[in-house]
Design a protein around this ligand. Structure first.
Ligand SMILES: NC(=O)c1ccc[n+]([C@@H]2O[C@H](COP(=O)([O-])OP(=O)(O)OC[C@H]3O[C@@H](n4cnc5c(N)ncnc54)[C@H](OP(=O)(O)O)[C@@H]3O)[C@@H](O)[C@H]2O)c1
Length: 298
């Protein structure tokens, strides 16, 4: 069974792996098939699900909600994360993609997510991307309103720099629960720019998106050396797949990231969980780092 972990000192308890629903519309599940998929990963212990208002051209949350209506008992077995703050041109009234973190928009967006997801509370709401026009006082007001009404239990951010994180935190009476960021061998900048150090300092766990490079790791010719090293380390660790090695590489970070799984195939979800048991040595970790970056440590 998958471990459970406190996301932050006063944060919610999540499953060590999170199921990401960004690609839900590509999976082409019927509501019944989706309900079975959800139940299957809940049974495996993957109880936290990651959504955003914009996923699937604003359709993913409502599609998930349709499945939950067929199996409403599943809601109490899961923790739901959603996000707001991006406006895409999938809505005709948006002539350009932009960010929007006004107080009223955050509240309206969270309420719309609740309706779409067929639930009356979110476990965690994140500001999806840093907005140059973000007024931290307004975001704080929106968070407090949503908290007081019981509609959202915890709050966090995504893709924020440490300075943006500290700014918003300075306006809040409670601690932000996470910064959801991109972490993978093919995307390593945040490992050394202070983002993960800040979270480790505050004992807040990052949520890690696109650990497999959005699938690039399997098919990009530029990733061949990385694949070779991952396969060698997989043999050394007795791992079943190179994905397991990648997840173990991410989880080896001392900020304790929670990997978000992006596959719609339950056997891949099951396989990913094997990463928890792998004990990667420092030198194995650095071999993977080097294979991805193409150069040694200075
Ligand atoms: N906060 C943010 O800004 C942000 C941004 C992006 C994503 N996210 C979150 O992070 C989640 C995960 O992101 P992601 O989907 O990019 O994760 P990912 O795990 O890096 O990529 C998933 C993709 O890799 C493919 N894949 C997995 N195993 C494979 C294998 N063995 N061989 C070939 N292809 C394989 C999957 O296809 P199959 O379905 O066929 O397995 C899927 O298309 C999203 O669902 C979302 O919740 C957040």
């Amino acid at each position: 069974m998958v471990q459970r972990i406190a996301l932050a000192p006063q944060g919610p308890e999540f499953s060590r792996f999170v199921m990401g629903y960004w690609r839900l519309m590509e999976w082409q599940f019927s509501p019944q098939q989706l309900a079975s998929f959800i139940e299957s990963h809940l049974d495996l212990g993957v109880t936290t699900v990651d959504h955003a208002d914009i996923y699937g051209g604003y359709q993913c949350e409502a599609t998930f909600g349709e499945a939950l209506k067929l199996a409403p008992h599943l809601r109490s077995r899961m923790e739901i994360v959603s996000k707001c703050g991006i406006a895409t041109t999938a809505k005709p009234e948006h002539v350009i993609g932009h960010y929007i973190t006004d107080r009223d928009h955050i509240i309206r967006s969270a309420e719309q997510s609740l309706m779409n997801l067929a639930t009356d509370y979110l476990d965690l709401l994140l500001i999806h991307r840093p907005d140059p026009l973000m007024d931290a006082d307004e975001v704080a007001e929106a968070f407090l309103t949503l908290h007081q009404s019981g509609k959202v239990r915890h709050f966090g951010v995504s893709n924020f720099t440490p300075a943006q994180f500290s700014l918003l935190q300075s306006r809040l009476p409670f601690t932000l629960a996470t910064n959801q960021v991109e972490i993978s061998p093919v995307h390593q900048p945040l490992l050394l720019d202070g983002t993960l150090d800040q979270l480790q300092q505050l004992r807040i766990r990052p949520m890690a998106w696109s650990c497999l490079g959005g699938g690039r790791l399997f098919n990009d010719p530029e990733c061949q050396t990385l694949r070779d090293v991952l396969a060698t380390v997989a043999q050394e660790l007795n791992a079943e797949t190179i994905e397991q090695v990648v997840y173990a590489w991410v989880m080896r970070l001392p900020s304790q990231p929670l990997p978000i799984i992006g596959s719609g195939k339950i056997e891949r979800v099951r396989s990913a969980l094997g990463a928890e048991a792998l004990q990667m040595t420092r030198q194995q970790w650095f071999r993977i780092r080097k294979a991805a970056l193409g150069f040694d440590v200075p």
